[in-house]
Design a protein around this ligand. Sequence first.
Ligand code: ATP
Ligand code: MG
Length: 445
Amino acid sequence: MRLSRYFLPVLKETPSEAQIASHRLMLRAGMIKQSSAGIYSWLPLGFKVLRKLENIVHEEQVRAGHIPLLMPTLQSADLWRESGRYDDYGEEMLRIRDRHDRDMLYGPTNEELITDIFRSHVSSYKDLPLTLYHIQWKFRDEIRPRFGVMRGREFLMKDGYNFDVTKEDALHAYNRHLVSYLRTYERMGLQAIPMRADSGPIGGDDTHEFLVLADTGESEVFYDSAVTDISLGERDINYDDHAQCHAVMKEFTALYARTDETHDEAEFAKIPADRQRSARGIEVGQIFYFGTKYSDPLGARVQTADGEQVPVHMGSHGIGVSRLVGAIIEASHDDKGIIWPEGVTPFHCGIVNLKQGDDEADAACEALYSSLTALGLEPLYDDRNERAGGKFATMDLIGLPWRITVGPRGLKNGVVELTSRRTGESEELPPEQAVEKIAAIYADI
Ligand code: ATP
Ligand code: MG
């Protein structure tokens, strides 16, 4: 993409309404624009990151054996009356009446809808196990929407639902989700720690929240600092292997890590004093096992091998896709702007032309642009007639992890400059080598 033809409405001033870095930076970098309280338009740069996160979530869900579908945002109130949650859900549910006076709602979550799909089409144990998920907009009429996309009213969530004949299978689904979520966040360059949590209005007895540690997080958390030393890394996971998923779940949840609702001072005191931590965290996902809480009242049953009718065991699992954009920025920025992890960056690298209009500089930039593009990479070429300082400031603000700087002086010696946004370190090298280096960095991402 050439910046002269792109739509990147960066702001010079720091917007006064933004209280935290990610919100400020998303507005300044032209990623989002508020349309009303807690509701945002995703401008091209923000939309690109959102799509990247969605893709990672899809890939990891499919890898774990889960099946994508798409349910609507608007739902009929009838199903929610059947489950008993229409009245329970409270003020956060946006209730709407259609022209025929039917009660509708903008879905805050989809347990009822998915259970209805399930009960209409599945009746035998032979069709299980089954996990269906979608990535769809949700609406929760939050009393205090704030921090930009972190606590919006309309937000994008991946929500998945598992259906199993036995509790044991459903617990495997729980473990499988836990492991696949770890992989999902790691690919986004994030460490999200599974912490034992409270189940809230979803209900059920087993639940973990995934938290990204950040001072601006809304949740208070308590943990053993050793939890931050574990990572999935390149481990091979067989998602059908109950024992392996169980072992990984155990490994990641054995140490004390809890949200404040489940915090236990006596247990916490048993951790060696130098490893006890209390901090703030951003909730970027949650998994639940709730057994037959919805399948019972909604009549989602299957016939077992013995011919018996049993309600299915279920769980639900959510990832806050739009919130993650903010969470990644909270975890990765400096005073100049965003620093995207390679796995989610909107463009793979920037090209800065120090002397637009200079034949040699222009030609070198064009050559870099086409070589990178030919390799399947997406560069953002700042081809505007701007001062170098302004171009650097924009690149730093929007946070592309790599920048190639091209100017007549370097070209005389046959070199361009390759700069890492994260470390600020630069090296001079021939243009072809800069391309090779960038291609190598992204080769296994
Ligand atoms: P919170 O405690 O932050 O209100 P929740 O526990 O009610 O969230 P879940 O029902 O677990 O949310 O939804 C799954 C994920 O969706 C959450 O982990 C979070 O990342 C995201 N999410 C929830 N509410 C919002 C919101 N208002 N804006 C953006 N993302 C949200
Ligand atoms: Mg939650």
